[in-house]
Design a protein. Structure first.
Length: 153
């Protein structure tokens, strides 16, 4: 049970803890993003915590970071309205199965709602079977997302 877990937005002071947890996203079946560096991670954290249309939501067990979700209110779709993109959702492998992912997904949904978003989307690698099972269980529907890597920025 995740009753002692608190969710709050990150600040720049959380940068080291966020950078320490992110590599769990790179573990199999995931992969390290092309040309990812800790400096790119630090820059991304700064942008997310400083912009009004982005955040990194932290799940804390006491003072320990046990999960995070980065969220971005990004595009205003002609057909669907304003979208919230959930980019990084990770729960520390030591505490998975305690409901922390659900708390983060619910917090991301509320964050999006507060910013006028009509829907929340994310992409998930095809090999992330456990994550897909979690998203389906949480009522998410599946779509295809295609990607073309075009450079460093």
């Amino acid at each position: 049970m995740a009753s002692e877990i608190t969710i709050r937005p990150a600040t720049t002071a959380d940068q080291a803890a966020v950078l320490a947890l992110l590599p769990q996203l790179f573990e199999a079946p995931g992969a390290r993003p092309p040309r990812y560096t800790d400096e790119r991670g630090r820059a991304g954290i700064r942008r997310a915590v400083e912009r009004p249309d982005a955040d990194i939501l932290l799940a804390l067990d006491g003072d320990a970071l046990v999960g995070l979700a980065s969220v971005y209110a990004d595009i205003q779709s002609i057909r669907y309205g304003k979208r919230c993109w959930l980019q990084d959702l990770v729960v520390s492998k030591e505490v998975r199965g305690r409901g922390i992912g659900r708390l983060l997904l619910d917090a991301a949904t509320e964050w999006a709602r507060e910013r006028g978003c009509t829907h929340l989307q994310l992409s998930s690698g095809m090999g992330r079977v456990d994550a897909h099972r979690f998203y389906r269980r949480e009522g998410m529907t599946e779509e295809y997302v295609f990607e073309r890597w075009i450079g460093d920025e």
